[in-house]
Design a protein around this ligand. Structure first.
Ligand code: HEM
Length: 126
């Protein structure tokens, strides 16, 4: 039951991710607000899973491959979120030379975030 709820929350956050991303050129202020909210919500969800569901207790060398794959996508997403915030703040301060860096982060981060949901949903059926 709780996996359905956490995956549903992850799906809703992903919808806001794509909405905030769609504003990246048209409304930068709203882009920043929504993407910051997305990052905060995703980190809060990970903390809930780690602290509330002792998800870390499942992490071991014997864990199944599909869990390793899910953790790879999830950890990559969180690491790229840190990069997006650092580069985003530079862009906010007018350092436009970082625009290509943000586009590169976006190209890697977006599929990583989608695959995080795809693999966590798959975990419910395996
Ligand atoms: C979390 C994921 C994020 C993604 C995927 C993302 C994606 C992007 C992309 C692709 C662009 C380039 C738009 C273009 O091609 O011109 C962009 C621009 C920008 N982003 Fe983000 N962003 C994210 C988070 C953030 C955050 C957290 C901040 C601020 C702290 C931020 C601030 C900006 C700013 C200021 C611009 C420049 C807008 C401009 O001057 O054209 N972004 N973002």
């Amino acid at each position: 039951m709780i996996s359905i709820v956490t995956n549903l929350i992850s799906f809703i956050i992903l919808c806001f991710f794509f909405y905030g991303r769609s504003l990246r050129k048209s409304n930068t202020d709203k882009h920043i607000k929504i993407m910051s909210g997305v990052i905060f919500s995703d980190v809060a969800l990970v903390l809930f899973l780690v602290l509330g569901r002792s998800a870390l207790s499942k992490v071991s060398m014997e864990m199944p491959v599909y869990l390793i794959i899910h953790i790879f996508f999830a950890l990559s997403t969180v690491i790229l979120y840190v990069a997006a915030v650092i580069v985003g703040l530079k862009l906010k301060r007018g350092q436009t030379r970082y625009l290509n860096k943000m586009r590169l982060i976006d190209k890697v981060l977006t599929p990583m975030r989608v695959m995080t949901l795809v693999t966590s949903t798959a975990l419910m059926f395996i």
